[in-house]
Design a protein around this ligand. Structure first.
Ligand SMILES: Cc1cc2nc3c(=O)[nH]c(=O)nc-3n(C[C@H](O)[C@H](O)[C@H](O)COP(=O)(O)OP(=O)(O)OC[C@H]3O[C@@H](n4cnc5c(N)ncnc54)[C@H](O)[C@@H]3O)c2cc1C
Ligand code: FES
Length: 262
């Protein structure tokens, strides 16, 4: 169940380059939060921008700490980065559907790009089965949470478009190696990142005979299914073969096999 609560900032620090980590005290939200869900945040003291901003729940603790990791990309996130300890933000959450955890005999394989790695951290952190993180970015500066994922026992493979770290190329190019190394084992795939990457991951895995859970973090407005600002196309049994689905209330997680790629 989602609630609305005032979350007091415990700390808000620069992690690397444009990426920040903020911890809120928000026990009403953390107690129901699951991996893959998000919060809708009204950024304190941002009077000229009333819209909330969505952020994935990166981590939660039993003491009520809710962690999000964000990249400064515009006015809202820039303003958020200036907030200090004890500032209070109005938070709605947890919103959206969670990832389904891997079964005991399944190896989780997460494919993440940029801040998408924040959405999947809790999934591998909570997983009994040690899995894989395939992490891609434009350059080394976009590869976030590498050490944190390693601490979960996951095997971390990286790629960058400019070759500044790990494999030079696209993160999807790391998938065949994982498939080859795990022939005969049960793999369960998850992905979060830019839309282009998610579409490529979904289609590649379907071609290989696997499904995947894709977190489609589309632009959002109301965050609760009322405005249709966040729609994507999913398959449907109608004349067109597709319908619009709201990523905020029907997602953000969709099966790769549900998405309409036309
Ligand atoms: C479900 C969900 C989870 C998200 N989780 C995270 C997260 O964990 N960490 C994080 O840093 N960001 C996350 N985002 C994106 C985040 O909401 C936006 O970056 C933020 O709202 C931008 O606000 P702004 O005012 O700084 O930028 P604006 O001034 O509103 O926009 C600046 C630029 O960012 C682009 N932008 C805005 N929203 C998105 C989006 N959803 N996807 C891609 N580009 C966008 C705009 O098109 C524009 O080019 C998530 C989005 C969704 C829908
Ligand atoms: S953001 Fe309003 S319906 Fe999804």
């Amino acid at each position: 169940m989602s609630v609305r609560q005032n979350g007091e900032i415990i700390n808000n620090n620069l992690l690397y380059n444009d990426y920040y980590k903020v911890d809120f005290y928000a026990p009403e939200i953390t107690k129901n939060a699951k991996a893959g869900q998000f919060i809708h945040l009204k950024i304190a003291k941002l009077e000229d921008r009333i819209l909330r901003r969505p952020f994935s729940i990166c981590n939660v603790s039993n003491d009520g700490t809710l962690t999000i990791l964000y990249k400064v990309v515009g006015k809202g996130t820039e303003h958020l980065s200036k907030l200090k300890k004890c500032d209070v933000c109005d938070i709605m959450g947890p919103l959206g559907n969670p990832y389904s955890p891997p079964l005991d005999d399944e190896i989780p394989v997460v494919i993440a790009g940029g801040y998408g790695a924040a959405s999947t951290y809790l999934l591998l952190h909570n997983s009994q089965q040690k899995g894989y993180l395939l992490l891609g970015g434009r350059s080394k500066d976009d590869l976030i949470l590498v050490d944190e994922y390693k601490k979960t026992g996951s095997t971390v493979l990286t790629s960058t478009n400019d070759g500044s770290y790990g494999h030079k190329g696209l993160v999807t190019e790391l998938i065949p190696d994982v498939l080859a190394k795990n022939k005969g084992k049960k793999l369960r795939f998850y992905a979060c990142g830019p839309m282009g990457m998610l579409m490529a991951v979904g289609q590649q895995l379907l071609k290989e005979g696997f499904d995947a859970e894709l977190s489609l973090d589309h632009l959002m407005c109301c965050g609760v299914g009322a405005c249709f600002a966040c729609v994507i196309k999913v398959k449907a049994n109608n004349e067109d073969g597709w319908r619009y689905a709201r990523t905020c209330s029907e997602g953000p997680i969709f099966k790769a096999s549900e998405v309409y790629y036309g």
